[in-house]
Ligand binder design. Structure first.
Ligand SMILES: [Zn+2]
Ligand SMILES: [Zn+2]
Length: 153
């Protein structure tokens, strides 16, 4: 895993690049992520916001109001208007970062979550590892998740 990291939507019309080391990667089990991904949980890759950008095509934006987000944070969500795949989110609470949907990366082999958040709404059949950095709801900040990522790198 060496930047630049590249990714794209499902149809390939919109591509993006990340030019800096990621901050952390974790799994989120909140209802928002379950609904948005259509799965039991979503992976979130946190990267410096200044280091990510669309390099091919034009991403569409949808603003999710704070009252609708589990974290209470409004966010801009970037997605492909042709195939609908979500690419990354820009949370208003933390303007320093972008949160990538990392299953859209070209290389996903290195994506091992160092933590799990919103474990209180995790599906009962999902085993949360005891040794990862876990939170029942939204973490107060990303410090522990970022430290766990650095330690693994
Ligand atoms: Zn697409
Ligand atoms: Zn979530």
């Amino acid at each position: 895993m060496t930047p630049p990291l590249t990714g794209a939507c499902q149809c390939g019309e919109v591509g993006y690049a990340i030019t800096a080391e990621p901050v952390t990667v974790y799994a989120c089990h909140c209802r928002d992520c379950q609904r948005q991904s259509g799965a039991a949980f979503a992976l979130s890759l946190v990267v410096p916001r200044a280091a990510i950008g669309v390099i091919r095509g034009t991403a569409r934006e949808w603003q999710r109001p704070s009252a609708q987000t589990a974290s209470g944070t409004p966010m801009v969500c970037l997605f492909c208007g042709a195939c609908g795949a979500r690419l990354y989110h820009l949370p208003s609470r933390n303007p320093e970062v972008a949160v990538v949907k990392p299953g859209t990366l070209d290389d996903t082999a290195w994506l091992v979550p160092v933590g799990h958040i919103w474990t209180e709404s995790a599906q009962p059949w999902v085993a949360i590892p005891a040794r990862t950095v876990n939170y029942p709801r939204q973490p107060p900040d990303l410090a522990a998740l970022a430290a766990a990522w650095r330690a693994r790198r």
